[in-house]
Design a protein around this ligand. Structure first.
Ligand SMILES: Cc1ncc(COP(=O)(O)OP(=O)(O)O)c(N)n1
Ligand code: 3NM
Ligand code: MG
Length: 506
């Protein structure tokens, strides 16, 4: 029997109640449910509120807040916490003390704080001062202020991207671990776009910040967007996705919610609550300053990648071609420069005579020089490649990805295939990311299907696992050790092919 407790992560929301059901605790619990989490609530303040106005505000005592927290901790420890409205310094102190005293034997949750100060109707909700609120900065993993809230928190008036970056840096210097400023006008891109700017304490992808660009939605029904965004970040983090993916998915969820907001009540209605985002049109465009500008689309593959061995010598390439392999990769990580060039040149020539799709890993200049069929690049390789040169040489391009965020970055380059890794633990390469597993692979494959760009799974795929991987609908399966460590290569390839043929794909 499986234990359902482990399948539904617990998310706490520490926030105010919105009697109108559009923001606060109510929005957070809807969001937790949408992302397959169990939501628990710690209410700080009860508001009498509808879509038009807040007519009453009843702050709970710090004891009431502490008691809810301690009661939950005993029985339902969270994988993630979202903090929203804190109406006064006593409530803030209760949260600060609670987080500081987090028990050593309970795993620390991810904590995001959306510093709510006023409602969308401009009604003040909190008497916290800037100085008091800074006590919480160092205790949370991320804060998600909008431009008004970050202006208040930092003392810097934020109206555009430049001063948003200055304000975020100031908060990071004050101890914040990460700042996501939402709703920044970004005339650099275009007036139809709105930017969320993420400034982490330590650079991400060697970048000081990432920009999540989204098409502006024209609607008055945006009540609860900030609450929904931050609780979606908490919920996705509770599923152990990397933070940049939590930001990506939360952005897509809110965008879809704005598009589908129907309007309930006479004023601004609530954002709609849907499900796990699965349509590319809702996802943001992710910008990083050190990535090359996209070119036109790369040429398509001649045949589906199917069984895709990745090997490290000309001798292996020759052996596999003789065994009938039609898609393969030469991945040489350490060899003298001349030996690398010779192996690449000979492999390209031989693969050509077999009409095989040979990809050269990393060494894109040599691949162009010797007329390779394809090049495989990782995300870091993208930072240094001459994409124009690659594109004009008509070479095919495969790009590695390890998250939603990397998938979206790879997609901007319209490559010939997108690799999704690492699916299982691998002994072949030290990976900075966690294994993704089959559930995420299913999500990526479904997300990418409408693009027509083939997908390739890689990492820890063995004969015992290949059928399950194939059943996700992935187009190719890249393998290192299942081929190179097999006692008999020919027998291993035959068995892998048999497993693939027997796998039922819908
Ligand atoms: C099919 C395929 N997928 C992923 C990789 C990994 O490429 P990269 O991230 O550039 O890492 P290195 O292979 O260079 O270590 C790959 N080579 N092939
Ligand atoms: C080279 C490589 N790249 C990966 C990625 O996820 O990008 S995993 C990987 C190693 C795959 O080897 P094996 O099949 O032996 O696990
Ligand atoms: Mg590489």
């Amino acid at each position: 029997m499986t234990d359902a407790r482990s399948e539904q992560p617990v998310v706490w929301t520490i926030a105010g109640s919105d009697s109108g059901g559009g923001a606060g605790i109510q929005a957070d619990l809807h969001t937790a449910r949408s992302f397959d989490c169990h939501g628990c609530s710690v209410i700080t303040t009860v508001t009498a509120q509808n879509s038009v106005a807040v007519t009453g505000l009843y702050e709970l005592s710090d004891q009431a807040v502490s008691q809810q927290l301690n009661c939950l901790l005993k029985d339902m420890p969270p994988a993630a916490i979202k903090i929203g409205l804190l109406s006064n310094s006593e409530q803030l102190d209760a949260i600060v003390e609670f987080l500081k005293a987090w028990p050593k034997n309970v795993e620390k949750p991810f904590v995001v704080w959306d510093p709510v100060m006023i409602t969308t109707q401009n009604d003040p909700l909190s008497t916290l001062t800037q100085k008091q609120s800074h006590r919480l900065l160092t205790l949370v993993d991320l804060i998600t202020p909008n431009t008004d809230e970050v202006s208040w928190l930092s003392g810097i008036r934020v109206s555009d991207k430049e001063n948003a970056l200055t304000a975020a840096s100031k908060l990071v210097n004050l101890g914040a671990n990460g700042v996501l400023i939402t709703g920044v006008e970004d005339e650099l891109h275009d007036n139809e776009a709105i930017a969320d700017i993420y400034v982490p304490k330590t650079p991400i992808y060697d970048q000081p910040y990432l920009t999540y660009l989204q098409t502006k939605v024209t609607t008055i029904h945006d009540h609860g967007t900030g609450c929904t965004l931050s609780s979606a970040i908490a919920a996705v983090s509770a599923h152990d996705y990397p933070l940049e993916d939590a930001l990506t998915l939360a952005n897509a969820y809110v965008h879809k919610g704005l598009l589908e907001a129907a309007g309930i009540g006479k004023g601004p209605g609530p954002v709609a609550h849907t499900r796990w985002p699965n349509n590319l049109k809702h996802f943001p465009n992710i910008r990083a300053t050190n990535l090359p500008a996209p070119t036109s689309a790369f040429p398509k593959l001649s045949k589906s990648p199917s069984l895709y061995p990745v090997v490290d010598s000309f001798e292996w390439v020759k052996h596999l071609l003789q065994l009938g392999i039609k898609t393969l990769q030469l991945r040489i990580k350490s060899a003298p420069t001349e030996a690398v060039e010779l192996a690449i040149k000979r492999s390209i020539e031989l693969a050509h005579s077999y009409q095989a799709q040979l990809f050269i890993n990393d060494h894109w200049q040599l691949a162009i020089k010797h007329g390779a069929y394809g090049v495989h690049l990782g995300q870091e390789d993208l930072q240094t490649v001459d994409l124009e040169a690659l594109r004009s040489s008509e070479v095919r391009l495969g790009i590695s990805t390890h998250s939603y965020t990397e998938v979206l970055i790879a997609l901007q380059y319209a490559p010939s295939y997108i690799a999704l890794g690492h699916i299982f633990t691998t002994q072949t390469k030290e990976m900075p990311s966690k294994p993704q597993g089959l559930e995420r692979l299913v999500r990526y494959v479904a997300l990418l299907k409408p693009t027509g760009i083939p997908t390739v799974a890689i990492g820890g795929i063995s004969k015992a696992r290949i059928a399950k991987v194939k059943q996700t609908g992935v187009n190719g399966i890249a393998l290192v050790s299942a081929i190179t460590k097999a006692a008999n290569t020919e027998a291993a390839i035959n068995e892998l092919h048999q497993e693939l043929e027997a796998a039922h794909v819908d």
